[in-house]
Design a protein around this ligand. Structure first.
Ligand code: LIP
Length: 263
């Protein structure tokens, strides 16, 4: 891993601090699986605690920066340029069910552009980081998106809508178009890690709609700094602010988007 800027280092520090709290709570969640009340309230508290740890750490270092977090009110920063975009626990449902696939996601935005991102998966101790123009890293390994060219060899990830989501019909049509043409799909339930895995070349592409900026802001810069493409799903727009995103290795991106658009 490169030494990184002061901002990136405080992002990593905040992610690790929050992760320590989440790992302790995750150990308790196992015991709550059988309780009638379930782990819902407990996980909500774990989520809020983690966000507070991150906010305290980041705002102590950069008090003039703004804040957009999943669990708290948005704050306009005094400096009018910078904003933290934070999902303290991405993959909440996985966490709730005791599935060790969730992450802390922290992004830094400057004048509307994401300039740094950290996605930390404590269960696997994988710290994904990127800064604009400085490349993407996982721990001390430089990341590059995959070089696969043939769709039939590619694996794609998405977030299949659940419950009564209005997005389910469209996503099922996209899956029906993609499945015969690729090596498989993965729905692992954490957008930040889906994007990190595209950056790492583990997935060849990812798409999802109906999500939030904090789910994808950090992962998007990981993909870009690893040589991948990130763009809006379902037509022109801001993929991060509007929560409708497609990301892929450059050899797959165009065809991937064409197949999705055909649904
Ligand atoms: C989750 C995303 C995931 C999506 C889930 C949920 P959360 O974020 O990471 O990709 O499919 O519906 O939005 O709620 O765990 O932070």
């Amino acid at each position: 891993m490169t030494t990184g800027s002061a901002n990136l280092n405080v992002m990593i520090k905040a992610a690790r601090k929050a992760a320590r709290s989440l790992v302790r709570d995750f150990g308790e969640v196992e015991n709550l699986q059988v309780s009638m009340k379930g782990a819902g309230d407990f996980v909500s508290k774990a989520d809020l605690k983690a966000e507070q740890i991150i906010r305290d750490t980041l705002m102590e270092a950069r008090p003039a920066y703004g804040w957009l977090g999943e669990e708290s009110e948005e704050v306009e920063g005094a400096d009018g340029m910078h904003r933290w975009i934070v999902d303290p626990l991405d993959g909440t449902t996985n966490f709730l069910h005791g599935l060790p696939h969730w992450a802390v996601s922290i992004a830094l935005e400057r004048k509307g552009e994401i300039i740094a991102g950290v996605v930390y998966d404590p269960a696997k101790d994988e710290m994904f980081t990127a800064e604009k123009g400085q490349g993407a890293w996982m721990n001390d390994r430089r990341l590059r998106v995959s070089g696969r060219r043939d769709m039939i060899e590619m694996i794609f990830a998405t977030g299949v809508p659940f419950a009564n989501s209005k997005h389910l019909p469209k996503t099922l049509k996209e899956i029906a178009i993609l499945m015969p043409r690729c090596a498989g799909l993965r729905r692992w339930g954490a957008a930040a890690l889906d994007l990190a895995y595209v950056a790492a070349g583990r997935y060849d592409g990812y798409w999802e709609r109906g999500i939030n900026a904090w789910d994808v802001a950090a992962g998007a810069i990981l993909v870009k700094e690893a040589g991948g493409f990130v763009g809006p799903l379902d037509g022109p727009g801001d993929p991060i602010a509007e929560g409708r995103i497609v990301a892929a290795n450059p050899l797959a991106y165009e065809r991937f988007c064409e197949h999705l658009a055909a649904a």
